[in-house]
Write a protein that binds this ligand. Structure first.
Ligand code: IZC
Ligand code: ZN
Length: 424
């Protein structure tokens, strides 16, 4: 077999292999590290991972591209499994309110927050939304993210939700980053339904979900289950309806108040429960029993600045599989920087570098149901690979706030080289 690309002499190669994802509890820490590592790629697949030289059955020739991995750390491409990628507008006007002490929910209740992004998204054309999201994806890719989840939820009516999902699906076709779509029609209550939330839930269930499913626009169905948004009963109804239409449940659970979202995630068989800042022990135990992945978003806690973080350390010690994502969105967490999220998780949750790497690779992949294809460096998996200009994984978390990525390979193609995007 002939290799198109070979990365050799890698100072620290972390394949995150040997266990099919998600890794839970102590498995997150126990990942192997290869010195003098080597990886070979043919077309879009990995064909060899090891150390030293290539084995005899893998040949190279004058066309083979060699990348020198000395002084570098090589990891699976990062998977960002919770983003609100497609939206119109921005909300920097809310910064002043925040600094004056207004909470995220107070801003939303005053008609700003999510509802302000809904207004801007409804107004925007598909092209405008795509152009804006494309820039976000470019920034993510430069940071080493090779697969993202993208939620709708800034339309809140059939037509605009579908518009958002269509944009995400189109971007998946044209941008190197792979995008998995989630329907989040129940992201906020539109003004017209302010006094009839159950009425809006009916619209989500009877109008939106069937159309989204029929047009195959999403893989997952999510709900913002939160005090003052959708309660447990409404969230359950929506997630069950999604399931009936083939959409796997995900849930914004116990972000600000302990609502019982964690328990609900276990009850409906959700793949992930996200946020979990205020989740209670009972809910976490239910998740652990049912194998629900805790998808934690420390950037949001940091940026909301109320001093509360999910108990990531405890969740891992309880044996839960933990993933980490940016929550990229125009309100509570406008950042594409997955490396900043990794740093915050390490610092605020007390996660080791090994646990952090497991969380953003194989566990992120598992949070999207893609653990068979991506999330680790193994023969026959997709060649989604990041090369960082650091000697080891501890260094990534130690030297914080900057981008350590030198090269990104996505589906076997070099898409970032010498820190710059390669545009086709
Ligand atoms: O636009 O504020 N938390 N949804 C739930 C968000 C944050 C996104 C936003
Ligand atoms: Zn979110």
């Amino acid at each position: 077999m002939k290799a198109n690309i070979v990365i050799n002499k890698i100072t620290q190669l972390i394949p995150v292999d040997e266990i099919k994802g998600p890794r839970r509890g102590i498995e997150m820490k126990n990942i192997r590290k290869i010195e003098d590592g080597i990886i070979a790629i043919y077309n879009n697949k990995i064909i060899y991972v090891g150390s030293g030289e290539l084995p005899d059955h893998i040949q190279t020739d004058n066309d083979t591209i060699f990348i020198d991995g000395s002084g570098k750390t090589v990891l699976p491409g990062f998977v960002d499994a919770h983003t609100h990628l497609v939206h119109g507008g921005s909300r920097e006007n809310e910064l002043k309110m925040k600094l004056e002490g207004m909470s995220y929910m107070e801003i939303l209740k005053s008609g700003g927050g999510i509802l302000s992004s809904v207004k801007a998204t409804k107004k925007a054309t598909e092209e405008e939304l795509a152009e804006k999201a494309m820039k976000v994806l470019d920034r993510m890719l430069k940071m080493g993210t090779t697969t993202v989840e993208a939620k709708s939820g800034y339309g809140l009516d059939v037509e605009s939700e579908i518009k958002q999902l269509k944009v995400a699906n189109k971007l998946n076709d044209v941008h190197p980053v792979d995008i998995v779509s989630t329907f989040l029609g129940a992201h906020a209550v539109p003004n017209e339904y302010k006094d009839d939330v159950d009425g809006f839930v009916e619209v989500v269930i009877n109008d939106m979900i069937p159309k989204v499913s029929e047009q195959k626009l999403a893989t997952f169905c999510d709900v913002f289950c939160e005090e003052g948004v959708f309660n447990i009963e409404q969230s359950k109804k929506i997630l069950e309806a999604g399931k009936e239409h083939g959409l796997t449940p995900k849930i914004h659970a116990d972000e600000l108040y302990p609502m019982g979202g964690a328990q609900l995630s276990a009850q409906v068989g959700a793949l992930t429960a996200d946020h979990l800042v205020a989740a209670e022990e009972e809910g976490l135990l239910a998740m652990q029993r049912e194998g629900v992945i805790a998808n934690l978003l420390p950037g949001t806690s940091f940026n909301l600045n109320v001093g509360k973080y999910a108990c990531g350390r405890k969740m891992i010690d309880m044996g839960l599989p933990v993933a980490l994502s940016t929550d990229y969105n125009p309100g509570s967490c406008p950042t594409e920087n997955i490396q900043l999220i990794m740093y915050l998780a390490s610092l605020k949750y007390k996660m080791t570098a090994e646990e952090v790497i497991s969380a953003v690779t194989i566990n992120g992949a598992s949070a999207l149901g893609l653990q068979e294809k991506i999330g680790s460096l193994e023969t026959d998996k997709n060649a989604d690979i990041v090369i960082l200009d650091v000697p080891n994984i501890d260094y990534i978390l130690y030297h914080f706030g900057i981008n350590h990525v030198d090269t990104v390979i996505k589906n076997g193609k070099i898409v970032v080289s010498d820190r710059k995007l390669i545009k086709e």
